[in-house]
Design a protein around this ligand. Structure first.
Ligand SMILES: *Cc1c(COP(=O)(O)O)cnc(C)c1O
Ligand SMILES: [Zn+2]
Length: 404
Protein backbone atom coordinates (compact mmCIF):
# COMPACT_ATOMS: atom_id res chain seq x y z
CA UNK A 1 0.00 0.00 0.00
CA UNK A 2 1.36 3.43 -0.93
CA UNK A 3 1.70 5.30 2.28
CA UNK A 4 -0.57 8.24 2.78
CA UNK A 5 -2.78 9.85 5.38
CA UNK A 6 -6.24 11.34 5.11
CA UNK A 7 -5.90 14.54 7.09
CA UNK A 8 -8.07 17.54 8.03
CA UNK A 9 -6.61 20.75 6.60
CA UNK A 10 -7.76 22.75 9.66
CA UNK A 11 -7.10 20.66 12.76
CA UNK A 12 -4.87 17.90 11.42
CA UNK A 13 -7.19 15.08 12.55
CA UNK A 14 -6.41 11.85 10.68
CA UNK A 15 -8.75 9.24 9.30
CA UNK A 16 -8.18 5.62 8.35
CA UNK A 17 -7.93 4.76 4.65
CA UNK A 18 -10.94 2.47 4.82
CA UNK A 19 -13.09 4.98 6.67
CA UNK A 20 -15.81 6.69 4.63
CA UNK A 21 -15.53 10.35 5.59
CA UNK A 22 -15.66 13.54 3.50
CA UNK A 23 -15.18 16.38 6.00
CA UNK A 24 -13.58 16.37 9.44
CA UNK A 25 -15.82 14.94 12.17
CA UNK A 26 -14.07 17.10 14.76
CA UNK A 27 -14.12 20.53 13.11
CA UNK A 28 -15.95 20.25 9.77
CA UNK A 29 -12.77 21.08 7.81
CA UNK A 30 -11.95 19.75 4.35
CA UNK A 31 -9.78 16.66 4.08
CA UNK A 32 -6.60 16.19 2.09
CA UNK A 33 -4.52 13.18 1.14
CA UNK A 34 -0.97 13.53 2.44
CA UNK A 35 1.96 11.42 1.23
CA UNK A 36 5.34 10.78 2.70
CA UNK A 37 7.16 12.73 0.00
CA UNK A 38 10.59 11.73 1.28
CA UNK A 39 9.74 8.23 0.06
CA UNK A 40 8.34 9.16 -3.35
CA UNK A 41 10.91 8.65 -6.11
CA UNK A 42 10.64 11.62 -8.51
CA UNK A 43 11.81 9.38 -11.38
CA UNK A 44 8.56 7.44 -10.95
CA UNK A 45 6.80 10.64 -12.06
CA UNK A 46 9.27 12.07 -14.55
CA UNK A 47 10.20 8.81 -16.25
CA UNK A 48 6.91 6.96 -15.84
CA UNK A 49 5.80 5.01 -18.92
CA UNK A 50 2.33 5.26 -20.43
CA UNK A 51 0.00 8.21 -20.49
CA UNK A 52 -2.98 9.72 -18.71
CA UNK A 53 -3.95 9.88 -15.04
CA UNK A 54 -2.55 6.47 -14.01
CA UNK A 55 0.86 7.20 -15.42
CA UNK A 56 1.37 9.25 -12.26
CA UNK A 57 0.29 6.57 -9.83
CA UNK A 58 3.41 7.10 -7.72
CA UNK A 59 1.42 10.11 -6.44
CA UNK A 60 -1.99 8.45 -6.30
CA UNK A 61 -3.37 6.84 -3.12
CA UNK A 62 -3.24 3.22 -4.26
CA UNK A 63 -0.77 0.39 -4.10
CA UNK A 64 0.62 -1.51 -7.05
CA UNK A 65 -2.02 -4.23 -6.62
CA UNK A 66 -4.99 -1.92 -7.30
CA UNK A 67 -6.61 -2.38 -10.69
CA UNK A 68 -7.91 1.03 -11.79
CA UNK A 69 -11.38 1.65 -13.20
CA UNK A 70 -10.20 3.53 -16.26
CA UNK A 71 -11.48 4.70 -19.63
CA UNK A 72 -8.11 6.17 -20.58
CA UNK A 73 -8.82 9.61 -19.17
CA UNK A 74 -6.31 12.44 -19.16
CA UNK A 75 -3.46 12.95 -21.63
CA UNK A 76 -5.29 15.94 -23.08
CA UNK A 77 -3.56 18.26 -25.54
CA UNK A 78 -1.79 21.45 -24.54
CA UNK A 79 -2.16 23.86 -27.45
CA UNK A 80 0.07 26.82 -28.07
CA UNK A 81 -2.29 29.66 -29.01
CA UNK A 82 -0.34 32.24 -30.99
CA UNK A 83 -3.29 33.81 -32.83
CA UNK A 84 -5.22 34.39 -29.64
CA UNK A 85 -2.07 35.42 -27.82
CA UNK A 86 -1.30 38.04 -30.43
CA UNK A 87 -4.84 39.42 -30.25
CA UNK A 88 -4.47 39.80 -26.48
CA UNK A 89 -0.89 41.10 -26.59
CA UNK A 90 0.46 37.96 -24.88
CA UNK A 91 3.63 36.22 -26.01
CA UNK A 92 3.32 32.79 -24.43
CA UNK A 93 -0.28 31.61 -24.24
CA UNK A 94 -1.35 27.94 -24.00
CA UNK A 95 -4.68 26.18 -23.64
CA UNK A 96 -5.06 22.72 -22.13
CA UNK A 97 -8.29 21.30 -23.50
CA UNK A 98 -9.86 19.09 -20.87
CA UNK A 99 -12.97 18.81 -23.03
CA UNK A 100 -11.12 16.02 -24.83
CA UNK A 101 -11.51 13.56 -21.96
CA UNK A 102 -13.71 10.45 -22.48
CA UNK A 103 -16.92 12.07 -21.18
CA UNK A 104 -15.94 15.53 -22.43
CA UNK A 105 -14.78 17.19 -19.20
CA UNK A 106 -11.92 17.10 -16.67
CA UNK A 107 -14.27 15.40 -14.20
CA UNK A 108 -13.08 12.06 -15.63
CA UNK A 109 -9.69 12.52 -13.98
CA UNK A 110 -11.31 12.69 -10.57
CA UNK A 111 -13.82 9.96 -11.24
CA UNK A 112 -11.31 7.34 -12.37
CA UNK A 113 -9.64 7.72 -8.97
CA UNK A 114 -12.91 8.16 -7.02
CA UNK A 115 -14.63 5.13 -8.54
CA UNK A 116 -11.49 3.01 -8.15
CA UNK A 117 -11.60 3.93 -4.45
CA UNK A 118 -15.35 3.13 -4.33
CA UNK A 119 -14.65 -0.36 -5.68
CA UNK A 120 -11.82 -0.86 -3.20
CA UNK A 121 -14.13 0.15 -0.34
CA UNK A 122 -16.77 -2.26 -1.60
CA UNK A 123 -19.59 0.29 -1.44
CA UNK A 124 -23.04 -0.64 -2.72
CA UNK A 125 -23.31 2.39 -4.99
CA UNK A 126 -22.05 5.87 -5.86
CA UNK A 127 -23.87 9.20 -5.90
CA UNK A 128 -23.40 12.88 -6.64
CA UNK A 129 -25.11 16.21 -7.03
CA UNK A 130 -24.19 17.84 -10.31
CA UNK A 131 -24.53 20.81 -12.60
CA UNK A 132 -24.15 18.15 -15.33
CA UNK A 133 -20.59 17.09 -15.99
CA UNK A 134 -20.00 15.38 -12.66
CA UNK A 135 -23.05 13.19 -13.28
CA UNK A 136 -22.03 12.39 -16.86
CA UNK A 137 -18.57 11.39 -15.72
CA UNK A 138 -19.67 9.42 -12.68
CA UNK A 139 -22.20 7.55 -14.86
CA UNK A 140 -19.55 6.35 -17.30
CA UNK A 141 -17.17 5.14 -14.60
CA UNK A 142 -19.96 3.49 -12.61
CA UNK A 143 -20.99 1.74 -15.83
CA UNK A 144 -17.41 0.56 -16.38
CA UNK A 145 -17.21 -0.69 -12.77
CA UNK A 146 -20.69 -2.20 -12.87
CA UNK A 147 -21.97 -0.44 -9.74
CA UNK A 148 -25.24 1.48 -9.21
CA UNK A 149 -25.10 5.25 -9.72
CA UNK A 150 -27.49 7.91 -8.44
CA UNK A 151 -27.33 11.53 -9.57
CA UNK A 152 -29.22 14.61 -8.41
CA UNK A 153 -29.54 17.42 -10.94
CA UNK A 154 -31.12 20.84 -10.33
CA UNK A 155 -34.35 20.77 -12.36
CA UNK A 156 -34.24 22.65 -15.67
CA UNK A 157 -30.67 23.85 -15.05
CA UNK A 158 -28.57 21.21 -16.78
CA UNK A 159 -27.40 21.22 -20.41
CA UNK A 160 -29.08 18.56 -22.52
CA UNK A 161 -25.89 16.78 -23.62
CA UNK A 162 -24.86 16.19 -20.02
CA UNK A 163 -28.24 14.81 -18.90
CA UNK A 164 -28.24 12.56 -21.98
CA UNK A 165 -24.88 11.11 -20.94
CA UNK A 166 -25.99 10.38 -17.37
CA UNK A 167 -29.17 8.71 -18.64
CA UNK A 168 -27.51 6.76 -21.45
CA UNK A 169 -24.76 5.34 -19.24
CA UNK A 170 -27.35 4.00 -16.83
CA UNK A 171 -27.41 6.34 -13.83
CA UNK A 172 -30.65 6.82 -11.92
CA UNK A 173 -31.26 10.49 -12.58
CA UNK A 174 -33.29 12.70 -10.23
CA UNK A 175 -34.43 16.18 -11.16
CA UNK A 176 -34.32 18.09 -7.90
CA UNK A 177 -36.59 21.05 -7.20
CA UNK A 178 -33.83 23.42 -6.12
CA UNK A 179 -30.39 24.61 -7.23
CA UNK A 180 -27.03 22.79 -7.20
CA UNK A 181 -26.24 23.81 -3.64
CA UNK A 182 -29.57 22.29 -2.51
CA UNK A 183 -28.80 19.11 -4.44
CA UNK A 184 -25.39 18.77 -2.76
CA UNK A 185 -26.89 19.31 0.68
CA UNK A 186 -29.47 16.57 0.05
CA UNK A 187 -27.10 14.05 -1.49
CA UNK A 188 -24.60 14.42 1.35
CA UNK A 189 -27.24 13.34 3.86
CA UNK A 190 -28.48 10.58 1.54
CA UNK A 191 -24.95 9.16 1.25
CA UNK A 192 -24.47 9.15 5.05
CA UNK A 193 -27.78 7.42 5.67
CA UNK A 194 -27.78 4.95 2.75
CA UNK A 195 -24.06 4.05 2.75
CA UNK A 196 -23.56 5.30 -0.78
CA UNK A 197 -20.18 6.73 -1.76
CA UNK A 198 -20.31 10.48 -2.43
CA UNK A 199 -18.31 11.57 -5.45
CA UNK A 200 -18.62 15.33 -5.41
CA UNK A 201 -15.36 17.24 -5.18
CA UNK A 202 -15.63 17.42 -1.38
CA UNK A 203 -14.34 13.84 -1.66
CA UNK A 204 -10.54 14.23 -1.41
CA UNK A 205 -9.84 11.21 -3.66
CA UNK A 206 -11.38 13.01 -6.62
CA UNK A 207 -8.93 15.86 -6.29
CA UNK A 208 -6.04 13.38 -6.38
CA UNK A 209 -7.05 12.48 -9.95
CA UNK A 210 -7.59 16.08 -10.97
CA UNK A 211 -4.15 17.21 -9.78
CA UNK A 212 -2.69 15.30 -12.74
CA UNK A 213 -3.66 18.31 -14.89
CA UNK A 214 -0.68 20.03 -13.27
CA UNK A 215 1.62 17.07 -13.94
CA UNK A 216 0.67 16.90 -17.61
CA UNK A 217 0.92 20.65 -18.16
CA UNK A 218 4.37 20.78 -16.56
CA UNK A 219 5.53 17.69 -18.44
CA UNK A 220 4.50 19.08 -21.83
CA UNK A 221 6.40 22.28 -20.99
CA UNK A 222 9.59 20.29 -20.34
CA UNK A 223 8.90 19.80 -16.62
CA UNK A 224 8.47 23.48 -15.95
CA UNK A 225 5.55 25.16 -14.28
CA UNK A 226 3.92 28.01 -16.25
CA UNK A 227 3.94 31.47 -14.64
CA UNK A 228 0.17 31.53 -14.40
CA UNK A 229 -2.64 29.02 -14.55
CA UNK A 230 -6.18 30.25 -15.27
CA UNK A 231 -9.40 28.29 -14.94
CA UNK A 232 -13.12 28.65 -14.27
CA UNK A 233 -14.16 28.10 -10.66
CA UNK A 234 -17.44 26.58 -9.52
CA UNK A 235 -17.27 24.28 -6.52
CA UNK A 236 -13.54 25.13 -6.46
CA UNK A 237 -12.23 21.57 -6.44
CA UNK A 238 -10.24 21.82 -9.63
CA UNK A 239 -8.25 24.93 -8.74
CA UNK A 240 -7.42 23.31 -5.38
CA UNK A 241 -6.38 20.06 -7.06
CA UNK A 242 -4.19 21.68 -9.71
CA UNK A 243 -2.48 23.83 -7.07
CA UNK A 244 -1.75 20.68 -5.08
CA UNK A 245 -0.28 19.01 -8.16
CA UNK A 246 2.14 21.89 -8.71
CA UNK A 247 3.02 21.95 -5.01
CA UNK A 248 3.92 18.27 -5.17
CA UNK A 249 6.14 18.75 -8.22
CA UNK A 250 8.00 21.46 -6.37
CA UNK A 251 8.26 19.42 -3.18
CA UNK A 252 9.81 16.58 -5.16
CA UNK A 253 12.28 18.97 -6.81
CA UNK A 254 10.85 18.32 -10.28
CA UNK A 255 9.94 21.97 -10.85
CA UNK A 256 11.17 25.17 -9.17
CA UNK A 257 8.03 27.28 -9.07
CA UNK A 258 4.26 27.20 -8.58
CA UNK A 259 2.05 29.15 -11.00
CA UNK A 260 0.00 32.14 -9.91
CA UNK A 261 -3.34 30.38 -9.54
CA UNK A 262 -6.04 32.51 -11.14
CA UNK A 263 -9.69 31.60 -10.67
CA UNK A 264 -12.50 33.03 -12.79
CA UNK A 265 -16.17 33.07 -11.85
CA UNK A 266 -19.33 34.41 -13.46
CA UNK A 267 -20.68 37.77 -12.27
CA UNK A 268 -23.84 36.04 -11.04
CA UNK A 269 -21.98 33.44 -8.97
CA UNK A 270 -18.77 34.90 -7.57
CA UNK A 271 -18.36 34.21 -3.84
CA UNK A 272 -14.65 33.39 -4.26
CA UNK A 273 -13.97 36.59 -6.22
CA UNK A 274 -15.74 38.59 -3.50
CA UNK A 275 -13.71 37.01 -0.71
CA UNK A 276 -10.47 37.49 -2.67
CA UNK A 277 -11.18 41.15 -3.38
CA UNK A 278 -12.31 42.06 0.12
CA UNK A 279 -9.66 39.95 1.83
CA UNK A 280 -12.34 38.14 3.80
CA UNK A 281 -11.09 34.91 5.40
CA UNK A 282 -14.19 33.00 4.26
CA UNK A 283 -16.72 33.25 1.47
CA UNK A 284 -20.26 34.55 1.83
CA UNK A 285 -22.49 32.16 -0.15
CA UNK A 286 -24.54 33.55 -3.04
CA UNK A 287 -28.12 32.32 -2.46
CA UNK A 288 -29.30 32.69 -6.08
CA UNK A 289 -26.38 31.94 -8.41
CA UNK A 290 -27.11 32.81 -12.05
CA UNK A 291 -25.11 32.52 -15.30
CA UNK A 292 -25.35 30.80 -18.69
CA UNK A 293 -22.19 28.95 -17.69
CA UNK A 294 -24.15 26.24 -15.89
CA UNK A 295 -21.06 24.30 -14.80
CA UNK A 296 -20.03 27.19 -12.56
CA UNK A 297 -23.54 28.19 -11.44
CA UNK A 298 -22.66 27.48 -7.80
CA UNK A 299 -23.29 29.82 -4.88
CA UNK A 300 -21.64 27.96 -2.02
CA UNK A 301 -18.41 26.38 -3.27
CA UNK A 302 -17.52 23.52 -0.98
CA UNK A 303 -13.74 23.77 -1.59
CA UNK A 304 -13.59 27.54 -1.05
CA UNK A 305 -11.08 27.29 1.79
CA UNK A 306 -8.59 25.31 -0.30
CA UNK A 307 -9.16 27.52 -3.34
CA UNK A 308 -8.61 30.81 -1.50
CA UNK A 309 -5.39 29.40 -0.07
CA UNK A 310 -4.27 28.37 -3.58
CA UNK A 311 -4.95 31.83 -5.00
CA UNK A 312 -3.54 33.83 -2.09
CA UNK A 313 -0.43 31.80 -1.43
CA UNK A 314 0.70 31.93 -5.07
CA UNK A 315 0.09 35.66 -5.63
CA UNK A 316 -2.74 34.70 -7.97
CA UNK A 317 -5.89 36.58 -8.89
CA UNK A 318 -9.63 36.10 -8.98
CA UNK A 319 -11.98 37.98 -11.29
CA UNK A 320 -15.53 37.69 -12.57
CA UNK A 321 -16.89 37.89 -16.11
CA UNK A 322 -20.31 38.56 -17.61
CA UNK A 323 -22.26 36.07 -19.70
CA UNK A 324 -21.58 38.19 -22.81
CA UNK A 325 -17.85 38.15 -22.12
CA UNK A 326 -18.04 34.37 -21.73
CA UNK A 327 -19.88 33.94 -25.03
CA UNK A 328 -17.43 36.21 -26.82
CA UNK A 329 -14.45 34.26 -25.48
CA UNK A 330 -16.14 31.01 -26.50
CA UNK A 331 -16.41 32.32 -30.07
CA UNK A 332 -12.78 33.43 -30.11
CA UNK A 333 -11.48 30.07 -28.91
CA UNK A 334 -13.58 28.36 -31.56
CA UNK A 335 -12.72 30.68 -34.44
CA UNK A 336 -9.12 31.63 -33.76
CA UNK A 337 -7.76 28.40 -32.33
CA UNK A 338 -10.18 25.64 -33.32
CA UNK A 339 -10.94 24.86 -29.68
CA UNK A 340 -14.61 24.10 -29.04
CA UNK A 341 -15.63 24.59 -25.41
CA UNK A 342 -18.77 24.89 -23.32
CA UNK A 343 -19.56 28.29 -21.78
CA UNK A 344 -18.00 27.71 -18.33
CA UNK A 345 -14.69 26.79 -19.95
CA UNK A 346 -14.58 30.05 -21.87
CA UNK A 347 -14.67 31.93 -18.57
CA UNK A 348 -10.94 31.24 -18.28
CA UNK A 349 -10.16 33.15 -21.47
CA UNK A 350 -12.74 35.87 -20.73
CA UNK A 351 -11.11 36.41 -17.34
CA UNK A 352 -7.65 36.47 -18.89
CA UNK A 353 -8.74 39.18 -21.32
CA UNK A 354 -10.17 41.28 -18.54
CA UNK A 355 -7.07 40.94 -16.36
CA UNK A 356 -4.81 41.86 -19.28
CA UNK A 357 -6.91 44.98 -19.94
CA UNK A 358 -6.66 45.89 -16.25
CA UNK A 359 -2.87 45.63 -16.46
CA UNK A 360 -2.82 42.81 -13.89
CA UNK A 361 -1.10 40.36 -16.25
CA UNK A 362 2.25 40.95 -17.92
CA UNK A 363 2.63 40.33 -21.69
CA UNK A 364 5.58 37.97 -21.31
CA UNK A 365 4.03 35.63 -18.73
CA UNK A 366 3.78 32.00 -19.73
CA UNK A 367 0.06 31.35 -19.24
CA UNK A 368 -1.88 28.10 -19.34
CA UNK A 369 -5.67 28.36 -19.56
CA UNK A 370 -7.69 25.26 -18.71
CA UNK A 371 -10.74 24.73 -20.88
CA UNK A 372 -12.76 22.39 -18.74
CA UNK A 373 -15.52 20.98 -20.98
CA UNK A 374 -16.40 20.29 -24.60
CA UNK A 375 -18.55 22.46 -26.88
CA UNK A 376 -20.96 19.60 -27.66
CA UNK A 377 -22.00 19.38 -24.02
CA UNK A 378 -24.01 22.57 -24.21
CA UNK A 379 -24.62 23.91 -27.75
CA UNK A 380 -27.82 25.83 -26.93
CA UNK A 381 -26.31 29.30 -26.81
CA UNK A 382 -24.13 28.56 -29.82
CA UNK A 383 -27.20 27.92 -31.93
CA UNK A 384 -28.66 31.24 -30.75
CA UNK A 385 -25.62 33.37 -31.49
CA UNK A 386 -24.28 31.84 -34.70
CA UNK A 387 -25.84 32.55 -38.07
CA UNK A 388 -28.39 29.82 -38.87
CA UNK A 389 -27.67 27.50 -41.82
CA UNK A 390 -29.09 28.98 -45.05
CA UNK A 391 -31.51 26.78 -46.96
CA UNK A 392 -30.49 26.28 -50.58
CA UNK A 393 -31.79 24.51 -53.71
CA UNK A 394 -29.75 21.49 -54.84
CA UNK A 395 -28.12 23.62 -57.52
CA UNK A 396 -24.60 25.04 -57.78
CA UNK A 397 -25.68 28.43 -59.17
CA UNK A 398 -28.15 28.90 -56.33
CA UNK A 399 -25.46 27.91 -53.82
CA UNK A 400 -22.91 30.31 -55.30
CA UNK A 401 -25.46 33.10 -55.10
CA UNK A 402 -25.77 32.62 -51.34
CA UNK A 403 -22.03 32.26 -50.61
CA UNK A 404 -20.18 35.24 -49.21
C1 LIG B 1 -17.09 21.11 -12.92
C2 LIG B 1 -16.78 22.13 -13.94
C3 LIG B 1 -16.22 23.38 -13.62
C4 LIG B 1 -15.98 23.81 -12.21
O1 LIG B 1 -15.01 23.07 -11.55
P1 LIG B 1 -14.91 23.12 -9.95
O2 LIG B 1 -13.94 22.09 -9.59
O3 LIG B 1 -16.29 22.82 -9.45
O4 LIG B 1 -14.51 24.51 -9.60
C5 LIG B 1 -15.90 24.24 -14.65
N1 LIG B 1 -16.14 23.92 -15.94
C6 LIG B 1 -16.68 22.74 -16.29
C7 LIG B 1 -16.94 22.46 -17.72
C8 LIG B 1 -17.02 21.81 -15.30
O5 LIG B 1 -17.57 20.65 -15.66
ZN1 LIG C 1 -10.61 19.00 11.61
Amino acid sequence: MRDYDVECIRCGARYAKDEIVYTCRACGGLLDIKYDYAHVDSDKIVKAPGEGVWKYRALLPFGAETVPVTIQEGNTPLYRCDRLGEALGLRDLWVKHEGLNPSGSFKDRGMTVGVTKAVELGVKGVACASTGNTSASLAIFAAKAGIPCYVLLPKGKVALGKVAQAMMHGAQVFSLLGNFDDALRVVRVLCEEESLYLLNSVNPYRLEGQKTIAFEAAEKLGWQAPDRLILPVGNAGNISAIFKGFQELKTLGITDTIPMMTGIQAVGAKPIVNAFKTGAPEITPEPKPETIASAIRIGNPVNAEKALHAIRSTGGLSESVTDDEITHAQLELARMEGIGVEPASAASLAGLKKLVEQGEIQPDERIVCITTGHLLKDPERVIEICEAPKEVEADVAALRELMK
